[in-house]
Every structure is written in C-alpha cells, then in structure tokens.
Design a protein around this ligand. Structure first.
Ligand code: HEM
Length: 400
C-alpha cells in the first residue's frame, strides 16, 4: 500500500493519540484535527509544544523541525553509576520543563523558555555507559558500525558516551536548550562534539512535502509513517530504539558540475518534486523494474534509491531516516567553495540487521558515492519514553 505523509497523519488520528500529539503541528489546509508538516506563518509556533513524556522519546516520530543541535558528550573521569543516574534524572527533569515552555530549576532567563517551538530532546547512550552501569543489559548490536571501504572517519566526529539530539523550529530556542543542558550537566560530562544542522522551516515548502538536502533533493520520503511501521522498524516493545549518526560530507563543488539528468539518475528521483523516475508523485512507490523503449532500466540499478531499498526477502532492511543539513565556512586556502553535508540520523530496532546491510550495499555501489564521503560515525541505545507508569527519568530501569 502506498503510504503518504498525509496518509500517516490521517491514519494516526485513528491509530494513536500519542503519535498524533508527537507531531504537534497544525496545517490550515488539512482536515480539522489533522497535523501536518507545514505551517503558513510563524504565529502558531508560539503554541507549538511536542509532549515530552510518552511510550517513546520525542524527536523520532516528530516531523523534522528546522534546527538541530546534536551534542556528543563523554562522562567525566570519576563519574560513577550513581552520578550517571543523578545526571539522567536532572537532565530529564530540565528537558521536560523546557519542552513544555516552563523555566527549569536554575534557569537564568525564563523568557528564553516560554515559546518552545516544537522543542524535542532525544537521548542516546553509548556502549561505555552500559559497561559502567549495566554490562549484562548492553544490547548485542551496541558497537561501532563495521568499517566500510570508503569510510574516511575522523576521530573528532566519533563515538561518545552520550548523544543528546535537540530539535526546534526556532534556532534561538534550540541554542538555548543546548546551552541549558550543557551547563546543567557540566559536573558529569564534557562536550566532545556538536553537530549543528538545519532543514526547511515551517511554511517554507508546500504542505506535506518532505524537506530538501543541499544537493537539492527531496530527502526522507521512504520512511515509516504508520504506527504499525514504527513498531516493525523502529521501536522495541519497551519503546526503546537505536540511533545511528553518520556525518557525511557532500561535495557540492563537484556535484554542481553535473547536468540535471545525471543528478536525477544518481538517485533515481526527480529534483523538481522527488517523484521516482518511473513516474507518479513523491509518494508513488518506485518501479525498479520499469524499462524504457530500448529495454533499458528507467531507474539505474546503481542509483542511490535502488541500492538503498530493502531487497526482496529482506523487509527488515528499513528504518527511520531523520537527516539534517550542515553548512560550514569553507577553507579558501584548500580551494573550497563549500563545506557542506548531511548529519544522517537513523532510528531502528537493530542497526546490525537494518542500517548496516544497507550501508554495506551503498558502500559497494551507489552512484552518489562519487560526491559523498562518510567522515563520522556513532551508535547509541535510545531509552524508552518517560512519564506516569513509565520511567521517571531516562534509562532509570535499564541502568538500575
Ligand atoms: C549524503 C548522503 C545521502 C544523501 C544525499 C541521500 C539522499 C537520499 C535521497 C534523495 C533519497 C530518495 C528520497 C527518499 O526516499 O528519501 C534517499 C533514499 C534513501 N536513502 Fe539516502 N542519502 C544519503 C545517505 C544514505 C545513507 C548513509 C543511508 C543508509 C545507510 C541511506 C539510506 C536511504 C534509504 C533506505 C532510502 C530509501 C530507499 C527506498 O526504499 O526507496 N541514505 N536518500
């Protein structure tokens, strides 16, 4: 069945109130009560709150907000299991307040917190946290992604003990959330890296359309949308999941030398609206077997889409992609005109069974490889959600 983003939203109304709340957005073109991914002006953002508590953490199902601060933290020397629990408790309490638009304890400027603009926090824990606090409960898949032949990983974008994904539709709110959480955790953790990213803002793209990356491609179309798909691909029974972060440089200076047909062929989709080259609209399933009048494939078997799609017999090789663009100052001395790429964020039940086989296929052959280089990699366990009847704070039970 073709699944559209709008279809997911409408289906969500019936399926799950909590998932609907997680979307947190209103679209004036949509039928009453149906949230969407676009908003025509900034005013409603003042009231836009994504519920913090729930069966799973926010920031996974939540439609991509405009700003990302993804921070990799390492535990400070001497922080023990009790200290780790204190950190997770205080961070959860503060994040819950910030997401609701209330000043957390110790907030210096309560005015900065009043309009959260869909602020979400999503916490992930690295392998070392389990080794410190609960070695027997470490998931079997919680280890580095195996090295790929094309990887050029840089240590400065590598594995950390903790990742905290903060997203909001207002860059000031997003910056403030990061500032607050970093300061609140300063006795327990040091910042190893900050990955700052952005996506199309509310109302900047047509209602229901998926945001674009800096190659100009609509990026994020084939994803889970229904509660059932999230259950199959993303959330374990307890609401936990995994986070894979890949930092991928995109060589815009070379990419832009290509003609439009070559750029479209490399992915297998049109640049205009993200529709598959086999026809239809953005959400029409691609026909990978379609041939043209000469009997040649319409979608190149080595296109990114054809290589990334779950092959027959492997329906498990799917996951939630929640990518963000980055765009940093280029180094003129190195002759660069750009220093841009993708903070590729994937959520799945088990990276060994889902992310890694797909990445292996792409590493072997993917026309996009000529213009992309993986420069960072990290994997985290993402604890279930919090709230009444669940953990009071992140990972309370798992690390008990
Ligand atoms: C800079 C790097 C990348 C770029 C620019 C990129 C771009 C795209 C685009 C434009 C699409 C088609 C539209 C869509 O369904 O979202 C797509 C699809 C997809 N990408 Fe990527 N991608 C990148 C890296 C990756 C990586 C590292 C993975 C996973 C290992 C991945 C997995 C997928 C999957 C699973 C699909 C959907 C395939 C399908 O079933 O049709 N991508 N990507």
């Amino acid at each position: 069945m073709a699944v559209t983003r709008r279809g997911f939203m409408a289906g969500g109304l019936v399926a799950s109130a909590s998932m609907l709340q997680a979307c947190g957005r209103r679209d004036p073109d949509a039928p009453a009560g149906v949230p969407s991914n676009s908003e025509p002006d900034s005013q409603p953002l003042r009231g836009a709150v994504v519920p913090f508590d729930g069966p799973h953490q926010a920031g996974i199902v939540t439609p991509t907000q405009a700003s990302l601060n993804l921070v990799g933290f390492n535990l400070r020397e001497g922080v023990d299991k009790a200290g780790l629990h204190r950190l997770l408790r205080l961070w959860t309490e503060d994040a819950r307040e910030l997401a609701a638009g209330r000043p957390p304890v110790g907030s210096l400027e309560p005015e900065m917190n009043q309009w959260p603009a869909n602020l979400t926090f999503t916490l992930g824990l690295g392998e070392r946290v389990f080794e410190l606090a609960a070695p027997a409960r470490k998931p079997a898949w919680l280890h580095p992604i195996p090295e790929m032949s094309r990887d050029q990983l840089r240590p400065e974008w590598g594995q950390t003990d903790i990742a905290l994904q903060m997203c909001a539709d207002d860059p000031v709110m997003c910056a403030w959330a990061m500032r607050h959480m970093t300061r609140a955790g300063a006795d327990y953790v040091d910042t190893a890296w900050v990955q700052q990213g952005f996506m199309n803002a509310y109302g900047a793209i047509p209602t229901g359309q998926t945001p674009r990356n800096l190659f100009g491609q609509v990026d994020g179309t084939v994803n889970p949308y229904s509660e059932e798909e999230y259950g199959e691909q993303v959330f374990a029974e307890d609401g936990s999941t995994s986070l894979v972060v890949r930092r991928i440089a995109m060589h815009l200076d070379e990419w832009e030398k290509l003609d439009r047909a070559t750029r479209e062929a490399s992915v297998g989709r049109s640049l205009a609206d993200g529709s598959p080259l086999s026809g239809g609209d953005e959400f029409t399933p691609a026909d990978l077997g379609a041939t043209d009048k000469y009997g040649l494939p319409v979608i190149d078997p080595n296109s990114h889409m054809a290589r990334a799609a779950a092959p027959a017999g492997h329906p498990e090789q799917k996951f939630k992609r929640r990518p963000y663009n980055y765009n940093l100052p280029p180094d003129p001395a190195a002759g660069e005109l750009s220093n841009a790429g993708l903070i590729f964020i994937a959520y799945q039940r088990d990276p060994d069974a889902q992310f890694t086989p797909v990445q292996r296929r792409l590493d072997e052959a993917d026309r996009l490889n000529e213009w992309t280089t993986h420069i960072g990699s990290a994997v985290y366990w993402v604890p279930p959600g919090t709230g009444a009847g669940r953990d009071a704070y992140w990972a309370q039970t798992a690390l008990a």
